[in-house]
Design a binder for this molecule. Structure first.
Ligand SMILES: [Zn+2]
Ligand SMILES: [Zn+2]
Length: 338
């Protein structure tokens, strides 16, 4: 049972962390609340403890690195993504595909699975490299023409850092230190902002990875069915470490598979959980497209709604919503300016 506990713990924490890093801690709802606990409350408590343990000097060094990883552009999480995905794929390739072809999984899945993984990495590369839409003095006017000011969430104001008039729907990203057109959020997995220019690649990134995970989980399950049949696990007698016969149950079969193929079992379980989490996250973003709003605007609107003075602004209709298909077209056809 110890291994089970460890497995469940790892899978849940990895998926929570994954989702939280893409959710603004300033919004509302359970994800934003969790995000706040992890990125605001926890660091504050950690800082207090580390001052006690290491003194102010040691503590400021620790928070410097923490702030650097989360608040400055750096490739740490891109490396983590590559290690995780490449590691997962390698285990899948050598441990799982070793049983393919079989009665349930034809060999074509080795090729389609590999091609799909490569497509996912390519989409990740595009999400990381396509510009979100940096506002500069040369393109400021062009960006201002895309969206009108709604006089609720956006009014014509200057960004004090960039010294530019902020186009409607743009926001200054404190991590990248630039103003970004139709700013959604800063994503540390792609080490840049998600905005007007790369939102479609960000959506493609979540969708492709959720489908890859679901595909991996489904093929993985079929390979396990094949293993259960091949090793005649259904008719096997199991004994515990004391030599007593254990009554047959699905739990015993799963425990057996987990101990015999731990890394492969882990990857398939991870595929299943990440697949579900990412699908949920994709639908959340699809809903934002449906309403033609951004994570930033959602948070802004909720903030305004809480203040009695500005409540009426939050209740103003969203002038950017042009209907679902037009909203999708806006996302797909978005072109940035140099
Ligand atoms: Zn700015
Ligand atoms: Zn950013």
């Amino acid at each position: 049972m110890e291994f089970w506990g460890f497995l469940i713990y790892t899978v849940i924490s990895v998926s929570i962390l994954f989702i939280l890093l893409c959710v603004s801690p300033h919004g509302t709802g359970p994800f934003a609340w969790l995000s706040r606990q992890i990125f605001i409350t926890l660091p504050a408590i950690t800082e207090k403890i580390s001052i006690k343990l290491f003194g102010p000097m040691g503590s400021s060094k620790i928070s410097y690195y923490f702030l650097y990883i989360f608040n400055k552009p750096n490739p740490s999480f891109q490396i983590v993504y590559l290690l995780l995905s490449l590691g997962g794929f390698t285990i899948y390739f050598f441990k799982g595909f070793a049983f393919v072809p079989n009665r349930y999984v034809p060999s074509i899945h080795i090729y389609t699975g590999t091609a799909f993984y490569m497509l996912c990495v390519t989409i990740f590369y595009l999400a990381c490299t396509v510009s979100p839409g940096k506002i500069r003095p040369q393109n400021e006017e062009k960006y201002k023409k895309i969206f009108p000011y709604d006089e609720a969430l956006y009014r014509e104001v200057k960004c004090s850092t960039c010294d530019l008039v902020k186009p409607a729907r743009s926001k200054h990203c404190s991590v990248c230190n630039i103003c970004v057109a139709k700013f959604d959020h800063h994503c540390i997995w792609i080490n840049q902002c998600v905005g007007y220019g790369n939102y479609k690649w960000f959506l493609a990134f979540i969708l492709s990875h959720s489908l890859l995970c679901m595909y991996g989980a489904q093929i993985g399950l079929l390979i396990f069915v094949h293993i259960i049949e091949k090793e005649r696990i259904m008719t096997t007698r199991f004994f515990d470490y004391l030599g007593n016969e254990v009554e047959w149950s699905w739990m015993t079969v799963i425990q057996y598979l987990l101990q015999r193929y731990p890394s492969w079992f882990f990857v398939v379980t991870l595929c299943f959980i990440m697949g579900l989490t990412l699908t949920g996250f994709f639908f959340y973003h699809l809903y934002l497209v449906y309403e033609n709003t951004t994570s930033n605007e959602r948070a802004k609107r909720l903030d305004l709604a809480e203040s009695p003075k500005y409540k009426h602004l939050a209740e103003k209709p969203n002038i950017y919503n042009k209907g679902f298909f037009k909203n999708i077209e806006e996302v797909i056809c978005a072109k940035t300016f140099k």
